[in-house]
Design a protein around this ligand. Structure first.
Ligand code: KIV
Length: 309
């Protein structure tokens, strides 16, 4: 009998806790669409974050503030359809969790409408009660502290946070608040390596770093940075592919073939029985053009080429 009967089991936050307990570093990548999610799942990436970075990376917005609930649900649903094994985390967009009731309702939509298994929210102490409310409603929640893009208007330009005493103390405090709120993991973004490692040592839950050094329990990267889609990438990322080069080369080569008339070739082309077409057009074999495609030809006795069929 052919065909595999093996069923793929969706990872849970329990699996994430187990990986952490076993001391395994946890990879997480952002994903925004169905085909990429399918590939990342096939590559065995256990956590897929549908980040609000979709705004910059995929939608051409200047920042994360413009990303709406509808856009997030749309992209999360595509990722959840593509990934059968990975735990899919929907990033709650700006203002979607500013009140506890609204937060629970919106977080619920990520699970019930988009098929995610968890959500992520930004903020430490200020978000602790919100995390508690969402978790209490049965929705696994990931925290996010350090540089938090949704707070960009209040926080100023993108920078590493935690270098001075006050910021370092605050971040430690924020991390503990997120853990006490009941989060299953926490993203540390743009935090000095030593501080991120110290936070990681003090938490029970895994830390997932981005620009926070190698001492975190796991790492997250924005998929477009990893794949080298853009000519620019942030300092903390390392392109593992050159999709920009690959796409440019493919598009240029294809357009060149179209202009030269070498695409489509015979392999990409379907032909029909010429006699059938002769009959349809009311022409004899002798009236046929070389390839039946010459628009300048008039077919004696047949249907004129400019006639609207
Ligand atoms: O939106 C996002 O991609 C994120 C990651 C950078 C953690 O929040």
């Amino acid at each position: 009998m052919s065909g595999s009967t093996e069923t793929i089991r969706r990872l849970t936050v329990g699996d994430v806790a187990k990986l952490h307990e076993d001391g395994q570093r946890i990879p997480m990548l952002t994903a925004y669409d169905y085909p990429t999610a399918k590939l990342l799942d096939e590559a065995g990436i256990p956590l897929l974050l549908v980040g609000d970075s979709v705004g910059r990376a995929m939608l051409g917005y200047e920042n994360e503030i413009s990303v709406t609930m509808d856009a997030m649900l749309h992209h999360t649903a595509a990722v959840a359809r593509g990934a059968k094994r990975a735990l899919v985390i929907g990033d709650m967009p700006f203002l979607s969790y500013s009140t506890a009731d609204g937060a629970v309702a919106n977080a619920g939509r990520f699970l019930s409408e988009a098929g995610a298994q968890a959500v992520k929210v930004e903020g430490g102490v200020r978000t602790q009660r919100t995390i508690e409310a969402i978790v209490k409603a049965g929705i696994p929640t990931m925290g996010h502290i350090g540089w938090t893009p949704q707070a960009a208007n209040a926080a100023g330009k993108v920078r590493v946070l935690g270098k001075n005493r006050e910021q370092a103390r605050t971040l430690l405090h924020e991390a503990l608040a997120v853990q006490e709120g009941g989060a299953f993991a926490i993203v540390l973004e743009l935090v000095p390596e030593q501080l991120a490692a110290a936070i990681t040592d003090r938490l029970r839950i895994p830390t997932i770093g981005i620009g926070a050094g190698a001492g975190c329990s796991g790492q997250v990267q924005v998929i477009t940075d990893l794949l080298g889609i853009d000519a620019w990438h942030p300092k903390h990322s390392k392109p593992y592919a050159d999709l920009r080069g690959t796409i440019l080369a493919a598009a240029t080569a294809w357009a060149g073939d179209v202009v030269a008339g070498t695409f489509p070739g015979t392999e990409q082309t379907v032909r029909m029985d010429d006699e059938v077409l002769d009959e349809v057009l009311g022409r004899g074999q002798s009236d046929r053009g070389a390839a039946g495609r010459n628009a300048d030809e008039m077919i004696p006795g047949g249907i004129p080429l400019d006639r609207d069929l």
